[in-house]
Write a protein that binds this ligand. Structure first.
Ligand code: GUN
Length: 279
């Protein structure tokens, strides 16, 4: 019987731990503060932003919300970020992506001070992760490592195959798994013989953005499967990049969608906010 890795429960445990730590900081007169900036009203982004604000409220982190109109200029957004960079009482700055087409996302990410980059997207944060220095780590990959650790799933010496090479998930995931001493392979849309490579994985991490793409042919018997995808199927139900029902008999552990990786991303964001406040 496969272990169902419960991200919702684990994320709640982490948030409760963080809640205590926020309380301890408050006794030292430090109020942890996250600024969340959304440009435009993309419905999916609004859901994500609201979930982040709710998590802040639960833990006791102060969240300052900036809901800017779709036609906000790049200069206006940069000006706001610079203002927040200079406010000592602000510990984290998060600009929800994607941004409207007329704004250069890379430019915005680089404007956020690396000291307040709780998303871990700044080139300095990414560089630090790559060379093993301390810094903010992208929340989804960090959440996945936490899940594996808290479920006592060994990473050292294991074959880890990552499907997807995005800056937010695939690439930082590879760096983190290397840090945990896994043997790491990164696959992507141009990879030849994908199923041959994924079938080698002791730990298979999938972030390709294609609903139910990974079926039993892609999975080794007894593998641990981590599903980063999030889609609506034809019945409007949530599903991941992995065909859960098709692989469940073959895996030793798997993250469900919903309730797997998703909740962990927010828990790690909260953790980064606290780390920033402590620093
Ligand atoms: N859009 C989708 N995921 C994320 C995330 O983790 N952070 C930000 N800022 N935007 C996102």
């Amino acid at each position: 019987m496969a272990i169902i890795i419960d991200g919702k429960k684990t994320s709640k445990e982490i948030k409760d731990e963080l809640k205590n730590q926020v309380e301890q900081l408050r006794e030292k007169n430090i109020e942890v503060c996250l600024c969340v900036i959304q440009v435009g009203a993309d419905p999916a982004s609004t859901v994500y932003v609201n979930n982040k604000k709710k998590a802040c409220e639960y833990i006791g982190i102060k969240s300052l919300s900036y809901e800017l109109p779709e036609d906000t200029s790049q200069e206006q957004l940069i000006e706001l970020i610079n203002k927040l960079n200079n406010q000592k009482e602000v510990h984290g700055i998060l600009v929800q992506l994607p941004l409207p087409k007329h704004i250069d996302e890379d430019r915005i990410i680089q404007t956020i001070s690396p000291d307040k980059d709780v998303d871990g997207f700044h080139p300095q944060s990414v560089g630090r992760l790559s060379i093993g220095q301390k810094g903010f780590i992208s929340c989804t990959p960090a959440g996945i490592v936490q899940l594996l650790k808290r479920y006592n799933i060994a990473m050292e010496g294991k074959e880890c195959v990552i499907v997807g090479r995005s800056n937010i998930v695939g690439k930082p995931m590879a760096m983190l798994m290397l840090r945990e001493n896994s043997t790491v392979t990164v696959c992507h849309s141009r990879t030849k013989n994908l199923s041959e490579i994924t079938s080698r994985a002791d730990i298979l991490i999938v972030a390709i953005g294609k609903p139910k793409f990974i079926t039993h042919e892609y999975v080794k018997e007894g593998a641990v499967v981590i599903d980063v995808g999030m889609h609506r199927n034809e019945d409007n139900k949530l599903c991941g990049d992995v065909d859960y029902d098709d692989v469940i008999e073959k895996v030793s552990a798997i993250t469900p969608v919903p309730g797997g990786v998703g909740p962990m991303t927010i828990a790690m964001l909260m953790n980064n906010c606290l780390e920033s406040a402590r620093a």
